[in-house]
Write a protein that binds this ligand. Sequence first.
Ligand code: NAD
Ligand code: ZN
Length: 408
Amino acid sequence: MATLEVPIPVVPIEPKVDKEHPMKCVEWHGKKSVRVNTARPSPLITHPGDAIIRVTSTSICGSDLHLFLGFMPGMKAGDIVGHEFMGVVHDVGDDVKGFGKGDRVVAAFDIACGDCFFCNKLKLFTCCDRTNPSKEEEKLYGDRTAGFFGYSHLTGGWPGGQAEYVRVPLADMNLLKVPEDMPDEKLLFLSDILPTAWHANELGEVGPGDNVAIWGAGPVGILSAHVANFRGAGNVFLIDEFDYRLEHAKSRMPFVKPINFKKEKVYDIIRKDLPYGPDVGIDAVGMHYAHSMLNRMEIAVGLETDTPEVLNEIIYTVRKGGRISIIGAYGGYVNHLNVGAFMEKSLTMRGGQTPCQSYWPKLLEMVKNGELDPTIVVTHEGSLEQSTHFYQIFNDKQDGCIKVVMHP
Ligand code: NAD
Ligand code: ZN
């Protein structure tokens, strides 16, 4: 088969750099250690399909916390982090057809080739076969995901977007041209969390009248509720332990029914309103929030890599024949998964990293005409130099932090 003859990755990962022009960027230096380097050489066009983006806005994602907390394997000291970014095209390679210098663009967090079976046939751009050479990931999953910006060497080791300049490989595939007359904040989240909220609803097949319960009132959970409402959902429950996040969501979206799982029993509250349980359960939490002594201990000693607590609560709570959407990121193994309840209740479970490019045309239109407003999650704005502080308050849930936007 032709695919086997294609070298992987199809483009070099390490960029050529310009030592004369140092830039600012956020580097990972170990567990709970990220800091700005102001003297990193800036990237140059390395392959004719590249574009160099001068970043105007970048944000911190819940996925960055998996790296920050040391849950994601394959990080190296000095890696540039960040995968949510937008800006202006600073330079383009000779093969780039759709973009020119000065264009305003958003990048996808996932790096796709556009040509392989998974990109071309299935439009599963996060499953691209040609942008991530990681043997470790292949060993762990039997396959490789696409490469992701700033998200460890397990996903290719691509330098990330919390930087003044970023090289975007295969630019025609991985950039979206955006209007000049809209503020960055409206557009930036097309790089990840808006398509992700949409994907969460797609995986759960949320449609008119469906009752939806969403675990996690972080930026992804909040936007998933926003999208569910747009798609005509009935009841929308939002579950977290941080009242400030639930209150923020409620203030922007009065239809939301908040539940604090530390104060109330999630199953009891939902089943009081919906005796059968919700049609759809969305996991917008992911791997690192272990609460029980047992799971914390098992993770600490390496008996499991991730916690099953949220998945078990969803399996338990959704109605028989219900649908589960896993949008929260998982890295490896969990113990004690209630697979019996999953099977006996005739449930469906789907998951995935979001193929942003698939949803771009539709979502850009919806943001332009005001049907969706991703800015409802933003609580903090500042400079890249404040990134150490921003990572800390985002992780520790301090100062009302939900979503941070940084300008290099
Ligand atoms: P976040 O960390 O800010 O939000 C997670 C929220 O879940 C927190 O508010 C936390 O208090 C809450 N939580 C923890 N344990 C819980 C429990 N047992 N029940 C209910 N809530 C609980 O992160 P985010 O930016 O909103 O991202 C959420 C998840 O989505 C992360 O795992 C991230 O990696 C993932 N993500 C996936 C994709 C994708 O393509 N699939 C894209 C972006 C983000
Ligand atoms: Zn993200």
